[in-house]
Write a protein that binds this ligand. Structure first.
Ligand code: GDP
Length: 414
């Protein structure tokens, strides 16, 4: 088409602007509406020493004084405090669960500090797995308590990480997205802070600790190199301080005001954006596809399930189930056989013991019988002797009587 004709054609085209969405262009809207209807849920774990500023930071993040809320449940035994809140902003519902360590790092025994955290993370995965394995699943009603992010509070020492920090992070890095934070960052100077940040990052790398990887290609990452600010240096405060004509949340010092939401003062806004505006869905996705997945595969393998057989051929769930069932019934049969044999053995042993006892009894009886017979013979002999003695006695008596009678007659005659 010649160029001038083309231009002429374009001039005649009437362009109508669309008034509404139609066709599959509406698909994202369906998702948005459904999500709004269902509401959102988000679970945060705060790990850090007592008094490091966990509660204050959570209060500042959600702009609510949680301290005034009644705790919904409390687990002092495992050193974790769990609170669930139903929050609302415009028409968006958020079910927020905050789990905080209680007395973390206070124990001499380091294992006692991290083990309850590891156990808790596993327990949430296990609960989800059990729900998943049910025939009748109810994901809509089910409260998914798997932890989506762990805010790890590092003490603002300016030196290095403590061995407990490294130990705990190493133990949980395959179970949860760790976002390291330098707590109370207002207590450390700007230069020291930069050095402290790089020291922490190199220590984490040296120890092979995996922290949450902020997706760089995410278009919401106009935050561009937000990862470069890790660990976030945060300051928490619910206090309103006057700066110029505005009231801002901050911490008032004799030499000035530290504004919590001022990006040149601290990384609080970066953290809030990451958690609430840009990466909440990614954190949840990572929890499900990476951390839960590895827990699930570990558990299923432990139960004896596998995807491929010894010959590297895929095995179906049905095949494994059948094989397991066969193995189980064979094992039952083996155990039954063993039990039967053991029973027979015991019966034989008992029988032999009874026979032995019977033999002993018989011998005893024979012995007693012999004694008794001998006694009888002896008694018979004694009796016979006695009878003879009696006869002799009577004979002697009769003789003496007749002798007496004869002598009596002789006297009368005289
Ligand atoms: P938790 O035990 O870790 O929950 O600590 P809290 O949030 O109860 O805080 C303990 C104390 O530290 C409180 O007196 C807070 O006012 C103070 N605090 C909290 N966050 C900061 C902070 O960012 N900077 C400073 N300087 N103090 C803080």
């Amino acid at each position: 088409v010649p160029e001038d004709e083309d231009t002429h054609k374009e001039e005649n085209i009437r362009c109508l602007t669309m008034l509404d969405h139609f066709g599959f262009e509406c698909l994202p809207l369906q998702l948005v509406n459904k999500s709004i209807q269902q509401g959102f849920s988000f679970n945060i774990l705060c790990v850090g020493e007592t008094g490091i500023g966990k509660t204050t930071l959570i209060d500042t993040l959600f702009n609510i004084n949680f301290k005034e809320h009644k705790s919904s449940h409390f687990h002092p035994n495992v050193g974790l405090k769990i609170q669930t809140y139903e929050l609302q902003e415009t028409n968006i519902q958020l079910k927020l669960t905050v789990v905080k360590t209680v007395g973390y790092g206070d124990q001499i025994n380091k294992e006692a500090s991290y083990q309850p955290i590891v156990d808790y993370l596993d327990a949430q995965f296990e609960a989800y797995l059990q729900e998943e394995l049910k025939i009748k699943r109810s994901y809509v009603k089910y409260h998914d308590t798997r932890i989506h992010v762990c805010l790890y509070f590092i003490a603002p020492t300016g030196h290095s990480l403590k061995s407990l920090d490294l130990l705990t992070m190493k133990k949980i890095d395959s179970k949860v997205n760790i976002v390291p934070l330098i707590a109370k960052a207002d207590t450390i100077s700007k230069n020291d802070l930069q050095m402290f940040k790089s020291k922490i990052m190199s220590e984490l790398a040296d120890n092979g600790i995996q922290i949450y990887q902020i997706p760089e290609d995410d278009e919401a990452s106009a935050l561009v190199s937000v990862s470069g600010h890790l660990p976030f240096a945060v300051v928490g405060s619910m206090e309103e301080v006057k700066v110029g004509k505005r009231m801002v949340r901050g911490r008032q010092y004799p030499w000035g005001v530290l504004q919590v939401e001022n990006e040149s003062h601290c990384d609080f806004v970066k953290l809030r954006d990451l958690l609430l505006c840009t990466n909440m869905e990614d954190l949840k996705e990572q929890t499900h596809t990476r951390h839960y997945e590895s827990y699930r595969s570990y558990r299923l393998k432990k139960m004896g399930f596998t995807d491929v057989g010894p010959d590297n051929q895929p095995i179906s769930f049905q095949e494994i189930y059948e094989a397991k069932r066969k193995e189980f019934s064979e094992q039952c049969q083996r155990e039954e056989e063993q039990l039967k044999q053991r029973f027979m053995q015991r019966v034989k042993e008992k029988e032999a013991a009874f026979k032995e006892a019977e033999k002993e009894l018989q011998e005893k009886f024979e012995h007693l019988k012999r004694i008794q017979e001998e006694e009888t013979v002896k008694l018979e002999e004694e009796r016979r002797q006695l009878e003879e003695e009696i006869i002799d006695f009577y004979k002697t008596k009769a003789a003496s009587e007749s002798l007496q009678a004869q002598s009596g007659t002789n006297i009368k005659k005289d």
